[in-house]
Design a protein around this ligand. Structure first.
Ligand code: Z5A
Length: 212
């Protein structure tokens, strides 16, 4: 490789408790072991402003946001994240691994909440400002199993408290995204053991980056 390495955004997506945080951290370890600069981040909450937005979005007390307001808050978080952290890191040649990104907005706000898909896509495009994932891992799991895992780690937040039908629509949303973008999205059975998944994710990411 000559000159500056090429940066990229990799994303880890899926329903609550699917193992995104666990696998995003493992992927960053693997990338660093291969000698690349890797940055671990998440949405919502990858920046200081984003952490304030995250608290507003997930708190159970206070006024629940209308679906349209909720969408705009997630996208305010993304607009800041992309311009202050993700974009500059890619620009300097780092691999950014994000625990959730735009596919979550399509799955939760369009498929889950029922907001119009075209409008959600258009506002997300504006928020992303041209930054898009190079490769995405969707950890696919029965929502019931994911919620059991998530609740073992702490009290439910606003979205985890939604009815199970909402989480099923979100899962189907991720599957529809994967079916529409088979070159970018790799779907993995998230009920597999952590180490097994981590090995496959690292091998796939390193291979795709090598051949980009
Ligand atoms: N949201 C949205 O609506 N629109 C948007 O645009 C965006 C987000 C960006 C917060 O996200 C909320 O934001 C989310 C969607 C919404 N909904 N909620 N709630 P979040 O990512 O912070 O929240 P989360 O999905 O609930 O994260 P989580 O509970 O931390 O789940 P996870 O990251 O997928 O799993 P984990 O923390 O890696 O693992 C959970 C537990 O399972 C833990 O004890 C692990 O040790 C265990 N685990 C992990 N992998 C395995 C395997 N393979 N086997 C067995 N056990 C495992």
């Amino acid at each position: 490789m000559s000159g500056r390495p090429r940066g990229a955004l990799l994303t880890v997506e899926g329903v609550e408790g699917a193992g995104k945080t666990t696998q995003a951290a493992r992927l960053v370890e693997a990338l660093r072991s291969s000698g690349r600069e890797a940055v671990l981040t998440r949405e919502p909450g990858g920046t200081e402003l984003g952490r304030d937005i995250r608290r507003m979005l997930l708190a159970l007390d206070g006024e629940a946001p209308a679906p349209e307001a909720e969408l705009l808050l997630y996208l305010a978080d993304r607009a800041q994240h992309v311009r202050r952290l993700v974009g500059p890191a890619i620009e300097r040649g780092a691999i950014v691994v994000a625990d959730r990104f735009s596919d979550s907005t399509i799955a939760y706000q369009a498929h889950g909440r029922g907001l119009p898909l075209d409008a959600v896509r258009a506002i997300d495009d504006f928020a992303r400002g041209g930054i898009a994932p190079f490769l995405t891992f969707v950890l696919d799991l029965e929502p019931e199993a994911g919620l059991v895992r998530a609740r073992a780690t702490g009290p439910a937040d606003r979205l985890e408290s939604e009815e199970i039908a909402f989480h099923r629509r979100v899962r189907e949303g991720f599957r529809a995204i994967a079916a529409a973008s088979p070159g970018r999205v790799v779907v993995l059975d998230a009920s597999r053991p952590v180490d097994d998944l981590a090995r496959e994710i690292a091998a796939t990411a390193l291979d795709r980056l090598e051949h980009a």
